[in-house]
Design a protein around this ligand. Structure first.
Ligand code: NAX
Ligand code: ADP
Ligand code: K
Length: 505
């Protein structure tokens, strides 16, 4: 699924109206019906609903929603905020369509807004994608009053005041919605952690915008969805054998962190790798052999740390390095040797990222290699320097991938996969149960297994983060967010892969 800018969304609206021969008023009616459909499932009829309408088409949506919710027996009160003498045409059409029983309150100063019951619903229809400057003045005061009212706020299309695809100025007021119901496609702003207090839980409802326009419009930003991953996953062939599915090498674990190697190894095996060798420091040998009998285990000459590469490196199809390895000098030297010699793809995580980030020499060895980095935001900043905000982080993500020709899996609630061509794929699975030690090691194991099976690096990144999040979503049903551990995520990998390999409907 593509992510469009606010400007592209307006073009999509205009194109749909022009090419599909429907009126803008009809499109607004579709949007209002789609919103109302979601609202009815969430809030009982009879509820008190205060709808705040601005002067544009977002306000027009609000007026149409007021009419539809009134017909469905909600106790609706519309408000017209500010100067509506220059309101949009479709706003005026829907103002005329308001039933007599609904008489809108004109809000020319914030004191015109009454106190609400604590169980009241507010619908925010002040501004949508037409916002073109920071919200201040009367509109800003109204937003602050609604935010402090204690009512449950549901935003139409986007929380008013929030820029859809660029940094919102600090001086602008922004609605803090509990729910945001967006039309047709998600907005970039919804995917960025800094907007959590404003966007709340968000959903996308279809309104029949032109699929042709969406397919043809140029965008480098995507959300990876279940259908995408289902189409990418390849079935296992009848006459295949373990050699068909790659031989992975994991260089993981250090004294006190052998568990990281166990987690990555178990996840790798559960993700379809043909053969797996794990090299651990000597201290890890009995642990690995006991915890993961399916993996072949090599030991480093060093008792506690990664200090050497195994013999016969050419037999591996992929390497995963980093979880639990620590940042000893000798480990840094070994990473230098690996970057100098390995011809196959490398998945670089955790302390391997930290060591590379700390050395210009190692960074200089990254160019034109087949590399996937899997940093969390702190590790990412070690690689690229301090970032100003989430948009700046995305910009750095793209620049880093372009400069080194590599893939970066920037982990988070909506993990972002950056590619050397400048594309960014946001993930749509996962939950806060994943916010616990070791789940990143699991991801390294999964991605390593997929690369080993000859998925392209882009495919491996997209499938891997999706499956990892899906496994956590499935674990949620029996284990919940609080008790979830990294091992639970591994235990749910079989269900996740099964879920994805069911035939498409
Ligand atoms: N036909 C269409 O184009 C459709 C539009 N839809 C809705 O229309 C919205 C976009 O509508 P518009 O393009 O009219 O834009 P908005 O409704 O977001 O607002 C535009 C108006 O607000 C003013 N404005 C912008 N920023 C301001 C600020 N900071 N302070 C004060 N005034 C400000 C503008 O001058 C303009 O009058 C979408 O978000 C969606 O809700 C939907 O009804 C679907 C169909
Ligand atoms: N709130 C959250 N919602 C969804 N996914 C999350 C959340 N918090 C963390 N994750 C995921 O959990 C994993 C954590 O990885 P990482 O920070 O490297 O952990 P560790 O190093 O302990 O293994 C990442 O894949 C990240 O995307
Ligand atoms: K809005």
């Amino acid at each position: 699924m593509k992510i469009l800018t606010a400007a592209q969304t307006r073009e999509a609206d205009a194109y749909t109206i022009r090419e599909e021969g429907i009126s803008s008023t009809d499109l607004m009616e579709r949007a209002a019906k789609a919103f109302t459909g979601w609202f009815e499932n969430k809030f009982q009829p009879g509820a008190e609903v205060h709808i705040f309408c601005g002067p544009g088409n977002n306000g027009g949506d609000g007026l149409a929603v007021a009419r539809l919710l009134h017909e469905r027996k909600y106790k609706v009160q519309p408000y017209l905020v500010g100067d509506i003498s220059k309101a949009s045409d479709d706003f005026n059409v829907n103002l005329k369509r308001l039933p007599q029983a609904l008489s809108p309150i004109h809000v020319e100063q914030e004191s015109a807004i009454p106190e609400f019951n604590s169980d009241a619903c507010v619908i925010d229809a002040l501004f949508g994608t037409g916002l073109n400057r920071a919200v201040t003045g009367l509109y800003g005061q109204v937003i602050e009053k609604l935010n402090s009212s204690g009512a449950t706020i549901t935003a139409i299309d986007i929380p008013s005041g929030l820029y859809a695809d660029s940094q919102t100025p600090d001086e602008g007021a922004v609605i803090r919605a509990s729910y945001t119901i967006s039309f047709e496609l998600p907005k970039l702003a919804f995917l960025l952690p800094q907007h959590e207090p404003y966007v709340g839980e968000w959903h996308v409802v279809p309104i029949g915008l032109s699929q042709q326009f969406i397919a043809e419009v140029k965008s480098d930003l995507y959300c990876t969805q279940q259908e995408d991953v289902q189409q990418l996953l390849k079935p296992r062939r009848k006459f295949s054998h373990k050699g068909t599915y790659g031989h992975a090498l994991l260089l993981c674990g250090g004294y006190g962190k052998i568990g990281a190697a166990v987690l990555a190894a178990r996840a790798c095996l559960r993700s379809g790798i043909g053969l797996l060798t794990v090299q651990v420091p000597q201290a890890g040998y009995p642990i690995l052999q006991t915890a993961v009998p399916e993996a072949m285990t090599l030991t480093d000459k060093n008792r506690k740390h990664l200090s050497e590469l195994p013999q016969e490196m050419e037999k591996y199809s992929v390497i995963g390095i980093g979880p639990g390895i620590g940042t000893e000098r000798v480990t840094k030297t070994t990473i230098g040797q690996l970057l100098a010699t390995a011809s196959f793809p490398i998945v670089i995580d955790a302390d391997a990222i930290n060591l590379i980030a700390s050395s210009e020499k190692l960074k200089g060895q990254l160019y034109k290699r087949k590399l996937i980095f899997t940093p969390h935001p702190k590790e990412f900043e070690r690689l690229v320097g301090k970032v100003k905000n989430d948009y700046d982080r995305l910009q750095h993500l793209r620049e880093f991938c372009l400069e080194y020709g590599c893939y970066v899996i920037l982990k988070g609630s909506h993990t972002a996969v950056g590619t050397p061509e400048g594309k960014v794929y946001f993930n749509t699975t996962g939950n806060p149960g994943l916010a616990t030690g070791g789940t990143g090691d699991v991801l390294t194991g999964i991605i390593t297994a997929l690369v080993g099976q000859q998925y392209t690096l882009e495919e491996a990144c997209r499938i891997g983060v999706f499956v990892h999040g899906l496994a956590a979503d499935l674990a949620l049903q029996t284990i919940g967010e609080i008790s979830m551990t990294a091992s639970d995520v591994i235990d749910s990998l079989p269900s996740a892969f099964l879920h994805l390999t069911q035939p498409l409907p």
